[in-house]
Write a protein of this length. Structure first.
Length: 218
């Protein structure tokens, strides 16, 4: 819970601090500008609110790691939903309207997470899991998108260390293998999810583990 709130709060703080020109910069998500990624975060906040009030009524079928689906190809930005996000982002017109909507929904999502029973079972994407596992899965979502948002904004604040560490541990669980200890949490996430290619020395350190990477999460 703490890492969810801290990661989400840090990400929203970066968005609030963006200059208007920053919204037109590329993000770390293929085919998306920063404004498109911020619009995606609005949809994420809606998903959190919807999921936290959607009881499962069954035993869990997934945990934080199994919440994620490993895809066989990277996102291209051409998926119909991705294309819709771009159109929605453009429809806001003024960046401050997009920022306001994220802050409004994002604050509500944070309050809902604070009030939720960690042991409650909820349903999303045809999976049942506890609130605790769902919020843990979203620490990875927030952290990766924080890295995406700041990919071309070198002066922006980085994700919180606890969120980075939790996200790395979850990604290692999904991968079924740990990253070398020489990898920083940030580099493990970037290389592990294909956000950047490993260097020659990193490939050597990964050894056979490199064949499992990158993991394209959906």
């Amino acid at each position: 819970m703490e890492e969810f709130l801290e990661s989400w709060g840090a990400l929203r703080a970066v968005v609030r601090g963006l200059a208007e020109r920053d919204f037109e910069r590329p993000s770390g998500c293929a085919g998306w500008l920063v404004r498109d990624l911020v619009c995606h975060l609005v949809i994420d906040a809606q998903d959190v609110l919807i999921t936290l009030v959607t009881p499962a009524g069954t035993e869990p079928t997934a945990d934080a790691a199994r919440y994620w689906t490993v895809l066989d190809h990277p996102p291209t930005g051409e998926d119909p939903l991705d294309a819709l996000i771009v159109r929605l982002a453009a429809a806001y017109g003024e960046p401050h309207l997009l920022t306001f909507h994220l802050d409004d929904l994002g604050s509500a999502a944070a309050r809902a997470a604070e009030l939720a029973d960690p042991g409650l079972r909820v349903r999303t994407q045809d999976k049942a899991l506890t609130v605790a596992d769902y919020l843990t899965a979203y620490v990875l979502e927030w952290t990766l998108h924080h890295l995406d948002l700041t990919a071309h904004l070198p002066h922006a604040a980085p994700p919180p260390p606890k969120g980075l560490a939790r996200s790395r541990a979850l990604l290692e669980e999904i991968a079924g293998a740990a990253f070398p200890s020489s990898f920083t949490d940030r580099d493990a996430l970037l290389v592990g999810t294909g956000r950047r290619a490993p260097t020659a020395s990193e490939l050597a350190e990964l050894g056979p583990r490199a064949t499992r990477l990158p993991l394209f999460l959906g």
